[in-house]
Structures are given as C-alpha cells and as structure tokens.
Design a protein around this ligand. Structure first.
Ligand SMILES: [Zn+2]
Length: 357
C-alpha cells in the first residue's frame, strides 16, 4: 500500500512550498557559486596581468639610440669587442680571440623556470660561424651562474679554447666533456699571455641580492646538462683586466664594488654591469660609481648586463624586466654622471662591435 497523499510532501500545498524553498535555496547557492567562480577568475586575471606587467622590459632601449655604436671600420689589427648580451663579450685583435663568459643559448623564461635546460648547439654553432669565432684561445667566466657560464663548456668543447675559471666553472666544463688539458683554474692577479693580450683575473664580489642567495656556494662535481638553472651556483665572482699594446680594458660584469680595490687603476675602456644599481639607496649607487668609474678614469664606458636574457641573442635586445631592475633609470644615472665626468658612454646592442683601438 502506497503512502497516504496527505503525508507526501511532494504533493499538495506543503509540497509546493518545500519545492519553492528548494528552488530558492538552489538559486541562492547557484548565485553564490557564480560569485565565487567570477571572483576566482578575476583574481587569476589580476595575477596574470601583474605577471605580464612585471615581466615587461623595464624601459625602452630605443630611447638610447644616440648612444649606439655606429658601424665602424675594423682593421685586421683593431682591438674590438662584440656584445652577445649579459656579459658575454668577444674580444678580438685579428689574431687572438678571447671570450668573456659564455651564454648564447638563452632559453625562454618558461623553459628555464619550468624544467631542466640544455645548451642549444644549433644556436651556438650558428653564432660561432656567423661571427667567425674560429681563433678563440681562452674563455674567462665571471661567475658560474647560468646567465654567464651556461654554454662556456660547450663553446670550449666545440672550439678547443681553454676554459679558465673557478672550480665551479671548471666543473661546468667537465660536465660538457671538456678535457682536463683545456681547463685552467684561475690564478688571481697574475697576468696571462694570450697572443698579444694580457689577461688578469681580479677577485670581485657578486651584485648584492642574488636571486639564488648562493654567493660563495660552489659546484662540486661535473655538472651535466640538462640541468636546472639553479644548479649553476655562483662559485666566486671575478673581474678582468685586459691589456693590449699598452691599452687597458676593465670588465666588471657583476654590479658591486670592493672599496679601494681599483683606486690605482686607470683604464681606457670600462665594460660595467649596471643593472639594479639605482635600486639600491643613492649612497650605495654613488659609492658604486666612485669605486668603479671615478677610480678607473676610463675614456669610454660601455654598460653591460642590462638585457633580458630570456630572449635569444639578436640585435634587438630588450632591457631586463621590471621585476628585476629599472634599467632606464640605471642608464639615465650613468649617462648623467659620465657626461659630467667627460667620459664617452656608448651602448652596444646585441651582436654589435665596438672598435677600441
Ligand atoms: Zn650572478
């Protein structure tokens, strides 16, 4: 026997009422769920917009075209420097080539952050061929972070050049299969002869606030690729004094200073890492300028380490993203100071060459 119609809440006036209440509740729940979903979507959109904004270039390099190096006549014996981004610099006198750092693969931000990375042999071989890097005697790495050292091993292996560096950098070379006979540990403050160049490795310090917080940590065994960018530990930082025919070039990739260290040094050309300098307080920035630029009295200053290295090597490099630096402010700061000090300030776009002497 079925239930009595009067007891069935789904029928009759009471049933209708309960149904209405349920619809109302469902409707309210649905509205609530809709609100939550829209709220979450809005938060995701704001987060994406924020990430997009913060990863935009921190300025327009195009504003500084007046400081670009014009095409120059390169005599066979000219000492010239070609810029490949960050602080990868090819120094050439027509007989001998020296490479400072080795970062040519420059994987994208997502590739770098989301997985292990590997030297892009196709891109590197193309650069070696197009820029006639075929007389390379030595590769000198400023420190072992991946944006300086990542391809140094591959380039040494490919070209037969000697890889000079800290124990960490030499382990990057070993990981790339570079034979021991091609690996040379740094001897700080000793002049090495490479053709007509003399190269002195000068102990330095990394820019303050490394993203990996790894100053002084080292790579203690051969570093095989593919590997995380985080595996490229700093391992000590170095500058380079390069002399040629009585002329001096000083290369300081990582923006920092040792008080008084460069006081007795006068150079002809200074290649100086500048990004993040104006993020520090004005006293630090002023000390940085005095200790590196005023102290070395260069006739010429070329800023380095200003470009966003998540983009490939090209002649269209863009400034570091906003979340790391304010490169336009850095450029303006150094332009104003060098103008007052009558120091020539020149900007090298990627793959561009400046003839020094
Ligand atoms: Zn670094």
């Amino acid at each position: 026997m079925g239930p009595s119609p009067a007891a069935d809440p789904s029928t009759g006036a009471l049933g209708e009422c309960i149904l209405q209440i349920r619809i109302l509740v469902d409707c309210r729940e649905f509205k609530m769920i809709k609100k939550i979903i829209f709220g979450l979507l809005a938060l995701v959109a704001i987060a994406l917009a924020f990430v997009w904004f913060r990863t935009r270039p921190s300025g327009d390099i195009g504003k500084y075209k007046e400081y670009y190096v014009d095409d120059q006549v390169v005599n066979d014996s000219s000492v010239r420097v070609t810029f490949f981004g960050v602080s990868t610099l090819l120094i050439d006198d027509g007989q001998t080539q020296i490479l400072i750092d080795g970062f040519l693969s420059r994987p994208s931000m997502t590739t770098t952050l989301l997985g292990d990375i590997q030297s892009d042999s196709t891109a590197i071989n193309r650069i070696l061929r197009d820029f006639r890097i075929n007389r390379l005697r030595g590769i000198f790495v400023t420190h072992s972070h991946y944006d300086h050292a990542f391809d140094a091993g591959y380039v040494a292996w490919r070209t037969g050049a000697t890889l000079y560096g800290s124990p960490s950098t030499l382990n990057i070379g070993r990981g790339a299969g570079v034979p021991e006979s091609q690996l040379q540990a740094y001897q700080p403050n000793v002049d090495l002869s490479l053709g007509n160049f003399r190269v002195r490795v000068v102990p330095s310090i990394h820019s303050p606030g490394s993203a990996l917080n790894d100053e002084g940590l080292s790579i203690d065994k051969p570093l095989l690729q593919p590997a995380s960018f985080k595996a490229y530990l700093e391992g000590g930082s170095f500058d380079f004094l390069i002399t040629h025919g009585g002329k001096k070039i000083y290369i300081k990739p990582s923006p920092n200073f040792n008080a008084g260290a460069l006081d007795s040094l006068d150079v002809d050309a200074l290649f100086l890492g500048i990004a993040t300098v104006t993020k520090h307080d004005p006293t630090w920035a002023s000390d940085f300028y005095r200790e590196n630029v005023t102290a070395t009295e260069p006739a010429l200053m070329v800023p380095i380490h200003w470009d966003d290295f998540f983009y490939p090597v090209s002649d269209q490099l863009v400034m570091l993203p906003k979340f790391t630096a304010s490169v336009e402010k850095d450029f303006d700061y150094f332009i104003e100071k060098t103008r007052k000090d009558k120091i020539d300030f020149k900007v090298l776009q990627g793959t561009r060459t400046i003839v020094l002497f």
